[in-house]
Design a binder for this molecule. Structure first.
Ligand code: NIG
Ligand code: FE
Length: 427
């Protein structure tokens, strides 16, 4: 028999171990539901990387536990890959809870935005808060996300909307990325989130500032790997969005797009045409947009928490997209206004009920496919060679996490083989 592999971490007796492995790239169509599951599964890791995954007996026979190793008896609980949240706006000053009641009493997101609220209110707040306080608040939020099972998180700037303030936001993300107790971070520059108050009379001047000053500075300082734009009729047009994404590409930044959220405007088609990582939202995607995404490698990142929190009914047509062969993923959209939610389990529950997804589909969309949306195809799956980022659930299946509304089904969270969270008194 071949030599045993050294392991410094072993998780065994998992009732179901959802590996999400097999093939490469995102899962599409029927494969989303047929995810790979090992019953009575185990996972062994060394130096933060998975070395073996299989049934508990099979793994035990093939490893040598090094002195000081950690052995976890999952006692029949499910093990899943850590959630990958591919769309957040986690660096902000404070939530706009005061707008929530206004919206529920009949004002729309757009009319609040046009009267100076919405994103622009968050920009005013953000600019007055110093970097150390933003770091402190963002750290708290990411700690909370981690406790809900998120081990990789994308974070956008977009409440600065000036050179100095966009750099400030992205430095906060860099700080988070350097802290070992935080989820893995992917930084995206969203300077084209809105036109700031001082540029309302000259939007072209602001777009020039984005393309000629902000994006070049971000790229020069290595503060983001991607660029995003809010492509929506009342914000940036398709042509304006294209110029921002193309400028990003010249500077080595991959693209993603806030697309077709409230109205179909061609944002999905633009993302596919430019080979963007993802087109996000898509509550109002057109049939042409679906066809364009299906024929591309661009991932559709669906954000059902936002539609839920805005009290709307325009959930993205997930079933139609899956049938068309689009690579779909899920994210929170965690932000101070339209979706103040850092919990991926809640997003999975909303996705299942309102977009009629099977829990396996929701899980694949929140792990393997979400990782593909961030250009990190080795994350979001449990197989040898992958990072040991995983979550122990309290229950024995993902179905229970999706069905048990509003309660916390997360028992323990590991990133790179290190336990970063454990519910008191368990495992
Ligand atoms: O993705 N749509 C644009 N941006 C955010 C909202 C941000 C906010 O409301 O502060 C979103 O929903
Ligand atoms: Fe967003």
């Amino acid at each position: 028999m071949a030599a045993r592999q050294n392991a410094d971490l072993l998780v065994e007796n998992a009732g179901r171990l959802y590996t999400m492995s097999g093939g490469t790239g995102p899962l599409r169509g029927a494969a989303l539901r047929e995810v790979q599951i090992v019953e009575n599964g185990a996972l062994a890791a060394a130096n933060g990387e998975i070395v073996l995954v299989g049934t508990s007996d099979w793994v035990r026979e093939r490893i040598r536990l090094v002195p000081g190793c950690e052995v976890v008896d999952a006692e029949g609980a499910a093990v899943i890959p850590g959630f990958v949240d591919p769309h957040t706006h986690a660096v902000f000053a404070q939530p706009r809870a005061f707008e929530f009641g206004r919206r529920l009493c009949g004002e729309s997101y757009v009319s609040i935005a046009q009267s100076g609220g919405g994103i622009r209110a968050s920009v005013r707040d953000f600019r007055t808060m110093d970097e150390a306080e933003l770091v402190r608040r963002t750290r708290q939020r990411l700690t909370s996300a981690l406790r809900y099972g998120t081990t990789t998180i994308e974070i956008k700037s977009g409440y600065g909307l000036s050179l100095a303030d966009e750099l400030k936001a992205l430095r906060v993300v860099r700080q988070m990325a350097q802290e070992s107790d935080m989820p893995r971070c992917v930084a995206t520059c969203l300077a084209a989130h809105e036109i700031p108050d001082e540029a309302r009379n000259d939007r072209q001047a602001y777009l020039r500032a984005v393309c000629d000053e902000i994006l070049p500075a971000v790229a020069r300082e290595g503060l983001a790997e991607r660029v995003d734009v809010f492509c929506e009729p009342h914000v940036f047009s398709v042509d304006e969005s294209r110029s921002v994404l193309q400028r990003g590409r010249e500077l080595g930044l991959r693209g993603c797009v806030h697309a077709d959220e409230l109205e179909p405007s061609g944002g999905a088609e633009l993302a596919a045409q430019l080979g963007a990582d993802s087109a996000d939202h898509l509550g109002r995607i057109s049939p042409a947009g679906i066809a364009a995404l299906a024929a591309s490698d661009t991932v559709a990142v669906l954000l059902p928490g936002t539609i839920f929190s805005l009290g709307l009914d325009s959930f993205a047509p997930a079933r139609t997209m899956i049938e068309a062969g689009v690579a779909v993923a899920l994210a929170t959209d965690f932000n101070p206004g339209s979706c103040h939610c850092e919990s991926m389990p809640l997003i999975l529950a909303i996705a299942c009920t309102r977009m009629r997804l099977h829990p396996h589909e929701a899980l694949a969309m929140a792990t393997r496919n979400a990782a593909c949306a961030l250009g990190r195809p080795r994350l979001g799956r449990l197989e040898s060679g992958a990072a040991a980022d995983f979550v122990l659930l309290r229950s024995s299946s993902i179905d229970e996490l999706c069905q048990h509304l509003g309660l916390d089904e997360i028992d323990a969270v590991y990133k790179g083989g290190r336990r970063l969270f454990r519910r008191r008194g368990t495992h």
